[in-house]
Design a protein around this ligand. Structure first.
Ligand SMILES: C[S@@+](CC[C@H](N)C(=O)[O-])C[C@H]1O[C@@H](n2cnc3c(N)ncnc32)[C@H](O)[C@@H]1O
Length: 213
C-alpha cells in the first residue's frame, strides 16, 4: 500500500523509506554475484581509475571493484544505515551518505559511474535532471535498471524510464549492452554502458550478451 504511493512521497519520506528497506535488501542480495561477470568485463574493457557507485547500498560491488585494482572507489547512498554497514565491511572505499537529488560534485570527477537498480527508483519528474547531473561527472555510465526484459510489473517504487532517449539527448551513445539473469527473477536484467560521443577510446557497439546464472 505504502509503495503504491511512492512516486508522490516527498523527498524526505523517500529517504526514510530507503533507510528502513536497507536490512531487507542486504539480506536478500548481499551475497549475489549474478552481475559480476558483466561488470568484470566492463571494468576490463574501459580500465577506469575513478569509479562512482551510486546507490551502492551496503557495498555489494566493492569487492569486485577492489579486486580490479581501481584506485579511487566512491560509494554513495541515500540510506544512512546502508552507508554505515558498508563502512564497517569495506575498507579503502570513500563512502558518502547523500541522495542523488542533493548530489553536487565537481565536473569530470570520475571515469565510470555504476548504477545498479537505483535510477529505477527515481520518479519520472526527476529522472532527466538527475541523469544530466551524472553526465557532467563522467563520460561513461553503466546502468542496470528496470526494463521490459525483467518481466516484472512496475512496482510502486520501480519506474521504467526511457534511458536511451534521455542519454541520447545528452550526447551519449550505447557503447555496450546485454542481458543478465538475476536470481529468482522471471526475466532478464538489461544493462547498458552509455558513453559520451566525444569521449576517447573504443566506440564499437557490442552484440548483446546473454549471461545465465
Ligand atoms: C536495490 S538497491 C541496489 C543496491 C546496490 N546498487 C546493489 O546493486 O547491490 C537500491 C539502492 O539505491 C539507494 N537509493 C534509492 N534512491 C536513492 C537516491 N535518490 N539517492 C541515492 N541512493 C538511492 C537505496 O538506498 C538502495 O541502497
Amino acid at each position: 500500500m505504502f509503495l503504491r504511493h511512492y512516486r508522490h512521497l516527498p523527498h524526505t519520506v523517500r529517504k526514510m523509506y530507503w533507510d528502513i528497506a536497507t536490512k531487507g535488501i542486504d539480506s536478500r542480495w548481499r551475497l549475489s554475484q549474478h552481475d559480476y561477470g558483466v561488470l568484470t568485463r566492463v571494468v576490463e574493457m574501459y580500465r577506469p581509475s575513478r569509479v562512482l557507485d551510486i546507490g551502492c547500498g551496503t557495498g555489494r560491488l566493492f569487492p569486485l571493484l577492489q579486486s580490479k585494482g581501481i584506485s579511487v572507489i566512491v560509494g554513495l547512498d541515500v540510506s544512512r544505515r546502508a552507508i554505515e554497514m558498508a563502512r564497517a565491511r569495506h575498507k579503502g572505499v570513500l563512502l558518502v551518505q547523500c541522495s542523488l537529488e542533493d548530489l553536487s560534485l565537481p565536473e569530470s570527477s570520475f571515469d565510470l559511474i555504476l548504477s545498479n537498480r537505483v535510477l529505477q527508483n527515481l520518479p519520472p519528474s526527476l529522472i532527466d535532471t538527475i541523469i544530466s547531473k551524472l553526465c557532467r561527472l563522467s563520460p561513461l555510465i553503466y546502468i542496470n535498471e528496470l526494463t521490459e526484459s525483467d518481466g516484472l510489473d512496475t512496482r510502486g517504487s520501480g519506474f521504467k524510464h526511457d534511458y536511451k532517449r534521455i542519454f541520447s539527448r545528452l550526447g551519449y551513445e550505447v557503447d555496450a549492452y546485454g542481458l543478465i539473469r538475476a536470481p529468482a527473477s522471471p526475466g532478464f536484467q538489461t544493462y547498458y554502458v552509455f558513453r559520451h560521443r566525444n569521449a576517447g577510446g573504443r566506440s564499437t557497439v557490442r552484440a548483446p550478451e546473454l549471461l545465465l546464472s
